[in-house]
Design a protein around this ligand. Structure first.
Ligand code: ATP
Length: 413
């Protein structure tokens, strides 16, 4: 059976993954075998999300009604019911619904009615609290189809420590990454000397480590020194898979969806107020603005190094009529040339234009030349993939350390 929960936290506390970890333990205690715990990220652009739009699915074997009762009790005990934006949803189903609803919730926007229409035919037990919105994420979680998957070990704090500053040894986090990279990633941002795996929000998470297998995330976790944790849970996730991206066409992008588009750099990138860099890409007779915001740090230098005529692919969410860059592929660099009047061979002075299509003329000796001088300058980037640093990476974005996935290769062909 599949048990889904969502929308249990608020900006001031709790985390759906923590309730998932507690639920997994209570199910096991009740004799229900837990086969897998999934942390499923959904459309990062939904406005109702608290933080990372996460939902949880527990795959288990046993009595559905009993499991549903335990899940509801867990949520009723732990969810932040008093917060205005918290609207929990709990589902338990003896069969997994078709994955279509998961893909819709991952890449698009869904309604509560659509979630219920998925749950009814599979005879799922479900309960939505308050405005019941959490049923959307809970349903998407149990319908999730992780064609590509990664893992995260989440370590939780003791209740008495919630809301107080976290005690996690910084050096040990850097060591964990050093000893296990590239099998784990994004524990720290080496480039910018920033710890990434320790949140700053007042929730029960102490730290998290992401990687390619349960064994690798546990190995990395073993290097970390911290305050004594309450418990920890290894989740199977769709994080770091680019599952939110769909191939898009410039000119027909829809607000709040995430795309990978191909295009040609139309004009020189511009750095605006706040250090945000904008890039105009053209394709299919129209253009789109791409943004590399200030928190993407050194990635902005890659964007700034582009020149008109470069052929690229850009990936990110389309919001406020711009594509917010998560990664970029440079396929072909334009010739970086600048033309200027030639130097007179006799006088060694630069000639001036002799008029439209009339070539150049030396003002001193009246010598003439037909062609300009062509200056080639060195490009600061090479063809290849570029990404934002770990500290600016979205949960769903696939880090390049995982390699270029097959569909991205097809897209770049
Ligand atoms: P939590 O840790 O509680 O999961 P969060 O940042 O993941 O925090 P939620 O509090 O779950 O955010 O809020 C997201 C809300 O949006 C949930 O009610 C969920 O059901 C709903 N939701 C998720 N994806 C979609 C979608 N694609 N379309 C419409 N609603 C969605």
């Amino acid at each position: 059976m599949w048990i889904g929960i969502d929308d249990t936290d608020s900006p001031t506390g709790m985390c759906t993954t923590y309730i998932g970890a507690v639920l997994a333990r209570r199910l096991a205690h009740a004799g229900i075998r837990v086969a897998d715990a999934r942390l499923v990220r959904l459309n990062p652009n939904v406005i109702h999300k608290t933080r990372g739009n996460a939902a949880v699915c527990i795959e288990a074997e046993g009595d559905v009604d009993a499991a549903f009762a335990i899940a509801c009790a867990c949520v009723e005990e732990l969810a932040e019911f008093d917060a205005a934006g918290t609207n929990p949803g709990v589902v338990a189903s003896p069969v997994r619904p078709p994955p279509d609803f998961y893909y819709a919730a991952l890449r698009d926007f869904c309604s509560l009615e659509e979630a219920c229409a998925v749950l009814e035919p599979v005879e799922a037990c479900y309960r939505g609290y308050k405005n019941r919105r959490g049923l959307i994420g809970a349903t998407a979680a149990i319908a999730s189809d992780l064609f590509d998957r990664t893992y995260e070990v989440l370590v939780y704090r003791k209740r008495e420590n919630w809301g107080t500053p976290r005690v996690v040894d910084r050096e040990s986090l850097f060591r964990a990454e050093e000893m296990t990279w590239p099998h784990t990633w994004d524990t720290v941002d080496q480039e910018n000397d920033i710890v990434v795996g320790v949140p700053h929000t007042p929730d029960p998470v102490l730290f998290g480590i992401r990687g390619e297998s349960p064994a690798w995330v546990r190995e990395a976790r073993s290097y970390v020194h911290s305050e004594e944790p309450a418990c920890e849970q290894v989740y199977t996730t769709n994080q770091g898979t680019d599952a939110h991206l769909v191939p898009g066409v410039i000119g027909v992008l829809r607000e709040g969806r995430s795309y990978m588009v191909r295009g040609v750099v139309e004009r020189m990138p511009v750095t605006g107020p706040g250090g945000h860099v904008s890039l105009i890409l053209s394709g299919d007779g129209t253009s789109v603005r791409c943004m590399a915001y200030e928190p993407t740090k050194g990635f902005r230098d890659i964007v700034r190094a582009l020149i008109p005529g470069d052929r690229v692919a850009a990936a990110g969410s389309y919001k406020g009529e711009s594509l917010n860059l998560e990664k970029l592929a440079v396929f072909r660099l334009a010739d970086a040339v600048r033309t200027r009047p030639p130097v007179c061979p006799a006088c060694r002075k630069r000639m001036t234009s002799a008029g439209t299509a009339k070539g150049y003329k030396c003002r001193i000796c009246s010598a003439r030349a037909r062609d300009p001088e062509i200056e080639r300058f060195r490009r600061l980037i090479s063809p290849g993939w570029y990404e934002v640093p770990a500290s600016a990476r979205r949960h769903l974005a696939r880090p390049l350390v995982r390699g270029t996935p097959v569909w991205q290769q097809a897209f770049s062909g």
